[in-house]
Design a protein around this ligand. Structure first.
Ligand code: TXA
Ligand code: MG
Length: 342
C-alpha cells in the first residue's frame, strides 16, 4: 500500500484537505493525524472492522484499549456513562487538552475499542486538525499513538512514516506536536480517581479541581491498571540506562569510551555545559533542566534520533519525580525498562 501524505496547515487547516481525509475514516480506513500531544492513528470508533485495522497496523496486542477522541464536550455522552459533576468540571477546565478520562463505556460503543473492558477512555484534543477531522468524519475517532507498538510515540509526520509507511493509507501531515508526550490518563471509575499514566496535566492541577487523586503505583495490586502499562514502551533500538547524577554520567562515559564503546548521552543543557563543554559525539541535549515542557517536547524526537546514530548504549540523565517531570521520568524509565547504571 502506498501511504499518501496530505500536507495541512496546523494553525488554519484547509477544509478540503480535512474533508478528503475524513472520507477515509467514513469508509472504514485509517488516518494518522496530529494532536497537541503526539500523532494518533485514527479509525471510526463505531466501526469495529475499522478499529481492528488499528491493532493490525501497529502490531498492538488486542488487550490494550484505545482512546476515543471527540470534537465537542457534549459528544462524551455518545461514548461514556457516569458523566457527573467532577467530569463536567474536568472537561470545563482541561478540554480541549492533554487529559484522558476513563469512564463507564456506553454499550453502543463497540467493545473492541476498549479491548472488551466495561470502561472507555475519552479525550478532546487541543489541535485544530484533530478537531476538524473528527467533525468532518461525523463520528468519534478511536486512536492510539501512531507508532509501531513498543516504539517511541511520533511527534512529527516523519516519525509516523518511519514506523507506518506502506502500512496505512493516509497521514495528515501538520507539523510537530506541542506537548510531545501522551495525555494524562485519569481513571474516574474508582474512588479516589487514579492517574494511570502521567502527562501534561499534573496531579496538582487535577487536585485543584476535584480534590484527592492518587498516582498509580505498580505495587498497589488492588488498583486497576491501564493495560498498556505492562508492555515495553518508548524504546529506541540501543538499550537505555538511567544514571543518577551528572557526575556519574561523566565518569561512566569516560570508562565506556576508553573501553571502545559507542556511547550515546541524553542530558540537559546544564549538564552538557558543566561536564561536556567540548564536542562529544552522540551527545544529545534534551533541553534545560529547569524547563520540563521543553524536556518533554524533545524526548521522543531525541530517542528516535539515536536510531540514526551508531550507538551501542544510551546513558540518560534523571530528574526529580514531581509535577511535569513525573511524565518525563515515567517515559524515561519505560524507555530504559527500569534499568539504572550504578
Ligand atoms: O495523547 C494521547 O493520549 C495520544 C493521542 C493520540 O491522543 N494517544 C495515546 O493512545 O497515547 P495510546 O493507545 O498509545 O495509549 C492509551 C493508553 C494506554 O496505556 C491504554 O492502556 C490506556 O490509555 N487506556 C485506554 N483505554 C483504557 C481504559 N478503558 N481503561 C484503562 N486504560 C485505558
Ligand atoms: Mg501508545
Amino acid at each position: 500500500m502506498e501511504t499518501k501524505i496530505f500536507k495541512v496547515n496546523p494553525e488554519n487547516p484547509e477544509q478540503n484537505i480535512i474533508n478528503e481525509a475524513a472520507e477515509y475514516i467514513k469508509n472504514g480506513e485509517l488516518v494518522a493525524f496530529p494532536t497537541e500531544t503526539v500523532y494518533g492513528l485514527g479509525a471510526d470508533a463505531f466501526n469495529p472492522a475499522a478499529v481492528l485495522k488499528i491493532f493490525a497496523a501497529k502490531g498492538r496486542p488486542q488487550d490494550n484499549p484505545l482512546i476515543v477522541h471527540i470534537a465537542r464536550h457534549e459528544d462524551i455522552y455518545r461514548v461514556a456513562a457516569g458523566v457527573d459533576l467532577r467530569v463536567q468540571k474536568l472537561m470545563e477546565k482541561f478540554w480541549p487538552g492533554p487529559l484522558t478520562l476513563v469512564l463507564p463505556r456506553r454499550e453502543e460503543l463497540p467493545g473492541v475499542v476498549s479491548a472488551g473492558l466495561p470502561t472507555v477512555a475519552v479525550r478532546l484534543p487541543d489541535h485544530p486538525v484533530a478537531v476538524m477531522l473528527i467533525e468532518a468524519a461525523q463520528t468519534p475517532i478511536a486512536a492510539p499513538s501512531a507508532n509501531r507498538s513498543g516504539r517511541p510515540s511520533p511527534t512529527s509526520p516523519e516519525h509516523v512514516l518511519d514506523d507506518l509507511s506502506g502500512i496505512i493509507p493516509v497521514i495528515l501531515a501538520g507539523g510537530n506536536c506541542r506537548v510531545g508526550v501522551e495525555s494524562t490518563v485519569l481513571d474516574l471509575t474508582v474512588t479516589p480517581p487514579v492517574i494511570l499514566r502521567p502527562g501534561g496535566i499534573t496531579p496538582e492541577m487535577l487536585e485543584e479541581v476535584i480534590g484527592e487523586v492518587r498516582y498509580f503505583n505498580a505495587k498497589d495490586v488492588d488498583v486497576p491498571r491501564a493495560p498498556g502499562m505492562k508492555y515495553p514502551h518508548y524504546a529506541p533500538r540501543a538499550p537505555v540506562y538511567l544514571v543518577k547524577t551528572p557526575e556519574e554520567i561523566w565518569k561512566r562515559a569516560q570508562e565506556l569510551g576508553a573501553a571502545g564503546k559507542n556511547v550515546g548521552l541524553l542530558i540537559s543543557k546544564e549538564t552538557k555545559e558543566q561536564y561536556f563543554p567540548n564536542y562529544t559525539p552522540n551527545l544529545l541535549v534534551l533541553g534545560s533542566k529547569t524547563d520540563p515542557s521543553e524536556l518533554l517536547r524533545n524526548l521522543y524526537k531525541k530517542l528516535r534520533e539515536f536510531d540514526q546514530r551508531d550507538v551501542e548504549l544510551i546513558l540518560a540523565e534523571v530528574y526529580p519525580e514531581e509535577g511535569l517531570y513525573l511524565a518525563l521520568m515515567n517515559r524515561l524509565k519505560k524507555a530504559a525498562a527500569g534499568r539504572y547504571l550504578s
